[in-house]
Ligand binder design. Structure first.
Ligand code: KG4
Ligand code: ZN
Length: 326
């Protein structure tokens, strides 16, 4: 079954073609325009989706060597995310589904991230723990079976990726912050500053205190020091941010006894995180880097699984900016 996956929940206009869950073509148009604002501007994001979505879809069909008439299902992210951005993808998907006479399936972006770990590897038998770390979410979810979730911990304030973005903006490294911080961190000393390692109660996450600590340190520095120590700040911040994830993960493993871990979302591209996971005595899997940030492949992949189970959506499907796990 050929399924088109559409993802427009934030600032990536992303489309993929999948056949029986295998990726034929995956294209991501990352909206660079936001970098000059240091973060995503919702109004601009939705305009960009409107301008790009058709073109990216055509490219994917061409490169995937599939005619539009041969598409057998349309999967689309319906939440969570920016309302107007979601609506662009959702209405485009409804139009395609209606005109082709093929089923439409709404995909929860968070679930798509969870299953993205298995796009190119064999899926774990449940239960497993999913550490979902993106720009909007930081959660530990116990997956008991297909779509059977128990949220063990979640973000109390800023998400992990969001803190990378905010610190990056503060120290002048631009947007998106994760890759920039990681690049600079490689040249810095991670022990140069002792920023706090966030550890709020139980399995919840909190990144606003760490971000504020970097802000205060930076505010008190001389201008020239800010410049020559930028790599040290990036490295020290990254160390604390990633350590927090590992502390929580270890705690979740201890509490549940589950040693099969899936790590996904934009931050799962981070090399220090992957290296730290390597040092744990667990079985873990993370998506290939192209499937870590928002992408259409994970939407098509999960959409195919849903359609195969006989799950589809009607045209009354609404965008849900605050969608979490049902
Ligand atoms: O999953 P994603 O594309 O979007 C959301 O669903 O939110 O994640 C984007 C986030 C951004 O905050 C970005 O800074 C972060 O993932 N990110 C990284 C890295 N690459 C992307 N954070 C740390 N290290 C990276 N290498
Ligand atoms: Zn995402």
């Amino acid at each position: 079954m050929v399924v088109l996956g559409l993802e427009t929940s934030c600032d990536e206009t992303a489309v993929a073609l999948t056949r029986d869950g295998k990726i034929l073509c995956n294209k991501i148009y990352s909206q660079e325009v936001h970098s000059r604002f240091g973060g995503v501007v919702p109004e601009i994001a939705s305009r960009e989706h409107t301008e790009r979505l058709l073109g990216v879809t055509k490219e994917v069909l061409e490169e995937g060597n599939i005619k539009l008439k041969d598409v057998e299902g349309i999967a689309v992210t319906y939440g969570p995310g920016l309302l107007c951005s979601l609506l662009i993808g959702l209405n485009f998907a409804k139009g395609l589904s209606y005109s082709l006479g093929v089923p439409l399936v709404g995909v929860n972006h968070l679930e798509a991230h969870i299953y993205s770990s298995f796009i190119t590897t064999e899926e774990y038998l449940s239960p497993f723990l999913s550490l979902l770390v993106s720009g909007g979410h930081t959660s530990i979810v116990r997956v008991n079976g297909f779509r059977d979730y128990e949220v063990l911990g979640s973000t109390l304030d800023d998400a992990c990726g969001e803190s990378f973005d905010k610190v990056s903006k503060l120290i002048g490294l631009g947007y998106p912050g994760g890759p920039a911080i990681e690049r600079f961190a490689k040249k810095g000393n991670e022990n140069a500053f002792s920023f706090p390692v966030p550890d709020p109660e139980a399995l919840n996450f909190s990144y606003s205190g760490l971000k504020t600590s970097v802000l205060y340190t930076y505010r008190d520095m001389l201008q020239e020091e800010r410049i020559y120590r930028v790599a040290d700040i990036a490295a020290s911040f990254q160390k604390s941010a990633i350590r927090s994830l590992i502390i929580k993960l270890k705690r979740a493993i201890k509490m549940t006894g589950i040693k099969k871990i899936s790590v996904s979302g934009g931050v799962s591209a981070n090399e220090l995180l992957r290296k730290s996971l390597q040092e744990l005595d667990v079985e873990w899997v993370a998506p290939e880097v192209e499937f870590t940030v928002d992408n259409g492949a994970m939407v098509g992949f999960l959409g195919y699984k849903l359609l195969k189970e006989g799950i589809s959506s009607d045209y009354g499907l609404k965008a849900n900016p605050r969608l979490f796990f049902d």
